[in-house]
Design a protein around this ligand. Structure first.
Ligand code: NI
Length: 182
């Protein structure tokens, strides 16, 4: 329905704790998710959280639909993550194992940083119809969920970087890759 402007780091909305969704399967909720999907696809994002388009509610979307077998140019090596709408998510790590990995964010355009994340986790929540979602995931899928859920608590990935030498411009760290400016 609409590609919305993505807020960039520094905007107060990105630092707020977002409110839970109380009512599912409403026109407003469907419209919000459609806008998030349009915006994420336009920018080739791996995921997007509602606060990134200025809506401080606990809604994230991530992954790709089966019909879109094209490879995301921002994350060409990423394992396939199924398209998921996740509302009021709850994450629970299932082991203490953590691994470093490169991340970017539509709200921090042109940058990349190495962020430690739990390797395996269990997540629950609801889709836009109120149907429960319950998954055990690992690797890139687990990383994306952690990154997007952080947005709902006002946390941006640079706040998680433990070695700031591994935070910088995408085209400096990856000069041979055609990484877009976001
Ligand atoms: Ni992000």
């Amino acid at each position: 329905m609409a590609i919305r402007p993505v807020l960039r780091m520094g905007e107060p909305c990105l630092l707020m704790k977002a409110a839970p969704i109380a009512h599912f399967n409403t026109p407003d909720l469907h419209a919000l998710i459609q806008d998030m999907e349009d915006t994420m696809h336009h920018l080739n994002g791996a995921g997007i959280a509602a606060p990134q388009i200025g809506e401080s509610v606990r809604v994230i979307i991530f992954g790709q639909k089966k019909s879109e077998e094209m490879i995301n140019p921002r994350y060409p090596d990423a394992d396939a993550v199924p398209y998921t709408v996740l509302i009021n998510p709850v994450l629970t790590p299932v082991s203490t194992e953590v691994e470093d990995g490169w991340e970017g964010c539509l709200s921090v355009p042109g940058m990349r940083g190495v962020v430690p994340r739990y390797v395996r986790l269990h997540y629950t929540g609801f889709d836009q119809y109120g149907t429960p979602v319950d998954r055990l995931v690992s690797g890139f899928h687990a990383r994306v969920v952690q990154h997007e859920c952080d947005h709902l608590d006002g946390i941006l990935y640079p706040m998680r970087i433990t070695d700031l030498k591994k935070f910088g411009y995408s085209d400096v760290f990856f000069p041979n890759q055609d990484i877009q400016d976001d």
